[in-house]
Design a protein around this ligand. Structure first.
Ligand code: BG6
Length: 467
């Protein structure tokens, strides 16, 4: 639909930015922190150093929050490292870990920035992994206990909570992301079920113990186009969307599995086992909003029914395909970024509309952004006009979605500050703030404002995209 005029962004719109603990904090074993599955990894993509140093945010968080305040952020979405709070995942609580997040949230609020906290962003405690990880039902109880500890300690400071970041990517591509969701396909779908039960119980717990707080899931959501109008391609696209998007959100919001996704699991003998009480737990976990990450759309064609349906080489947005369900296809209408991810701002609007049509809940964007090989120039700046273009195009589409009638709470692009990417190390940067470290030489971690910093600062101040 075209409009003569777009509605403005509402007053109080949460202009924010995002990070995660393991990609920024560093200090991976400081002050009693236990190792997570990420810290326990020994294999990293070639030429990358891993995550142990991050961008030293643990030690520099006050300097970083001052920069976020100068940027004008209204909200900051970060994650809590479970093994910093409970080093072995289920035992003693580490007061120093809780103190760090209390100080961070207090500092944010002192600068007028609303904290938005994710309970788990890929970094399951390694001790739990060694006891079975998400395959074990005891991890469900451990997650609920951890959430209770964190709600008690931080609930007075943090009004918005996210359960598990990108559960769907962990399930589809866990080995690639190093999240501990491993084993055969059947095992991984059981792990998924345990995470869904854990999430539902934690949402119910939040509503009981923090009645003023709001909580929601945070999957990666992407609209899926059929490669052509061939009805077989249309079915393939709908099937992929059911497995990729709706499986997770139907359970989170409606408390039951999506029928198409369940049929997919059943046909392969991968349907998870329900323990007594699971169905009731799923039914009670109603989110207050849906947070979602969006980087790109996808395109699907009818499957051939053999292993050529799967495009195997690449990262999380390149590896596509499910034998007998759909084949990934290129979209000839879209440009690509340096990492071959398709860039689709209008798909962002479509994704908003699909989510809101299905669930009629407020939507919060918790990731969206452009990874690039930024260059620090002699004037101490990064001239990242490409990032400004990307963000401007996507923000314009949020305004279209708002004009379409979608209830959008806020926009927290990835990332507030440079951080270590999941696959390409620190070289692939997303932040408004450049951090001076190289892959193997962490240098002095000095912070530099990029051109996008000043652009986003003006946008937030005006509560509008610059003309
Ligand atoms: C999301 C994750 O999948 O995408 C982030 O939640 C990640 O942790 C982001 O960094 C971008 O992906 P990448 O691979 O470019 O770091």
């Amino acid at each position: 639909m075209q409009y003569d005029q777009l509605l403005p962004f509402p007053a109080g719109f949460l202009w924010g930015a995002s990070t995660s603990a393991y990609q920024t904090e560093g200090a991976w074993d400081a002050d009693g922190k236990g190792p997570s599955v990420i810290d326990a990894r020994t294999q990293f993509p070639e030429g990358t150093a891993g995550f142990k140093d991050g961008v030293d945010h643990y030690r520099r968080f006050r300097e970083d929050v001052a920069l976020f305040a100068e940027l004008g952020l209204k909200a900051y979405r970060f994650s809590i490292s479970w093994s910093r709070v409970i080093p072995d995942g289920d035992g003693e609580v580490n007061p120093a870990g809780l103190r760090f997040y209390r100080e961070l949230a207090t500092e944010l609020r002192a600068h007028g920035i609303t904290p938005i906290a994710t309970l788990m962003h890929f970094d399951l405690p390694q001790a739990l992994q060694e006891r079975g990880g998400w395959a074990s039902r005891s991890t469900v109880d451990a997650f609920v206990r951890y959430a209770g500890v964190v709600f008690d300690a931080l609930g007075d400071l943090i009004p918005y909570w996210l359960t598990i970041n990108e559960q769907n990517m962990m399930i589809m591509l866990g080995e690639m992301l190093g999240t501990g969701t491993t084993g055969g396909r059947r095992a991984v779908w059981q792990q998924n079920h345990h995470m869904l039960v854990a999430q539902a119980r934690v949402m119910a717990l939040a509503h009981r113990s923090l009645p003023a707080a709001k909580i929601g899931p945070a999957p990666n959501v992407a609209c899926v186009y059929p490669a052509t109008p061939d009805p077989l391609d249309v079915i393939a696209a709908a099937d992929f969307s059911a497995i990729r998007n709706w499986l997770y959100l139907d359970v989170a919001v409606r408390g039951t599995y999506n029928p198409t996704a369940w049929a997919f699991l059943r046909a392969r003998g991968w349907e998870p086992e329900f323990a007594p009480g699971d169905a009731e737990a799923l039914a009670t976990g109603a989110p207050d909003f849906i947070a979602f990450n969006y980087y790109t759309s996808h395109t699907a064609a009818a499957p051939k029914g053999d292993d050529t349906d799967i495009r195997a080489n690449g990262d999380q947005h390149i590896v596509l395909g499910e034998e007998g369900v759909y084949r990934g296809a290129d979209n000839p209408f879209l440009e690509r970024n340096e990492f071959n991810w398709e860039i689709d701002p209008i798909g962002f609007r479509t994704t908003f509309r699909e989510l809101y049509d299905r669930y009629r809940l407020p939507l919060l964007v918790t990731e969206n952004g452009l990874g690039a090989y930024d260059e620090l120039t002699e004037d101490g700046r990064v001239h990242d006009h490409y990032r400004i273009d990307y963000l401007a195009q996507h923000i314009r589409q949020i305004q279209y979605a708002i004009t379409d009638g979608v209830d959008v709470l806020g926009y927290c692009p990835w990332s507030a500050i440079d951080l270590v990417s999941t696959h390409q190390g620190i070289r692939k940067r997303y932040g408004f703030i450049y951090v001076d470290r190289d892959e193997f030489d962490v240098k002095d971690f000095a912070r530099h404002r990029k051109d996008s910093f000043f652009w986003y600062q003006r946008l937030i101040a005006a509560n509008a995209l610059p003309e």
